[in-house]
Design a protein around this ligand. Structure first.
Ligand code: ATR
Length: 276
């Protein structure tokens, strides 16, 4: 029986077991996917013992993503771009690491809006943390010519621009509405709006009518940002789809089947979120 798990500290809130459990049942795979609380000082020991524990690999969440990246023997380009890993697996005895947030975000965006890219239009990213890096990397790989980064503290945005090069432009946080009106996509990667707390205070009045507004926050499913964008008639992309799609590569590595993100899975996890 193949086994995988998600590790974090704390881990209770993780929705990954529900996602992978759904696929295991759906494809009739004899396998298990559990959650394990691993304290910060035990992460390296845990990862080195995956094989001995009978695990094919694991997902990694807060606060272990950077340590997982450092511990891995082989790192894929998305993990290198972000400096953090969320998906680990064993291959020929080596610990391999990827960051599947890039894949999850870009795949869901393209599935919702095939023609999201508007010629010569910039992309606007709010935030400069790990998620912002994963998404910026995705847009750069997709060939976007300019990414505008808006972050509350300028230093982190500057550091991102240093790492990613001249296609990233650091902008003032208080210009996030005015300097995003021509954007093809605006994405919120900050935690503002999580559980309905806080407001990004975006003014969408002058936005290009084809702009797509997306939020990686998925609790609640309709964040204040998404609601405001819809009120202005803009197309929106929620955060739950990214969560579902980022799980795909890991499942395939551990269990040997590339799983599908179906409407049924989406509805199931959405119902869990709404019931919580
Ligand atoms: P993740 O890895 O999930 O991206 P993170 O690295 O902690 O998480 O980054 C959180 C992001 O949310 C940062 O861009 C942070 O801005 P700072 O770099 O200025 O801290 C942003 N953020 C969090 N709370 C915020 C708030 N109240 N207003 C604006 N930005 C906020």
């Amino acid at each position: 029986m193949k086994r995988a798990c998600v590790i974090g500290w704390p881990i209770e809130h993780s929705r990954s077991p529900a996602i992978h459990g759904y696929w295991l049942a759906h494809y009739g795979i004899e396998g298990s996917y559990t959650k394990r609380a691993v304290p910060v000082d035990k992460i390296e020991t845990f990862l080195r013992a995956l094989d001995a524990e009978g695990l094919a690999g694991c997902n990694v969440t807060i606060p272990h993503k950077e340590a997982a990246f450092r511990t891995a023997d082989v790192r894929d380009p998305s993990a290198v771009a972000v400096g953090a890993a969320n998906t680990l697996w064993l291959e020929k005895g080596q610990l391999c690491a990827a960051n599947t947030d890039t894949y999850g975000y870009m795949t869901y965006l393209a599935s919702k809006v095939e023609d999201w890219s508007r010629r010569d239009a910039p992309v606007a990213i709010l935030g400069a943390g790990g998620a912002a890096r994963a998404i910026a990397y995705g847009f750069l790989e997709a060939g976007v010519s300019e990414i505008r980064i808006f972050n509350r503290s300028a230093e982190r945005a500057e550091a991102m621009a240093q790492d990613f090069g001249p296609r990233l432009r650091v902008m003032q946080w208080d210009q996030r509405s005015r300097a995003s009106t021509e954007a093809s996509v605006l994405v919120n990667t900050t935690s503002v709006g999580l559980k309905g707390v806080g407001s990004l205070e975006m003014d969408f009045a002058d936005f290009h009518p084809d702009c797509i507004v997306s939020d990686i926050v998925y609790v609640p499913l309709e964040t204040p940002l998404i609601r405001e964008a819809r009120r202005h008639g803009l197309r929106t992309v929620d955060g739950l789809g990214m969560l579902l799609h980022q799980a795909v590569p890991g499942f395939e590595k551990w269990f040997g089947v590339r799983p599908e993100v179906t409407d049924e899975l989406y509805e199931k996890i959405a119902a869990d979120i709404e019931a919580a």
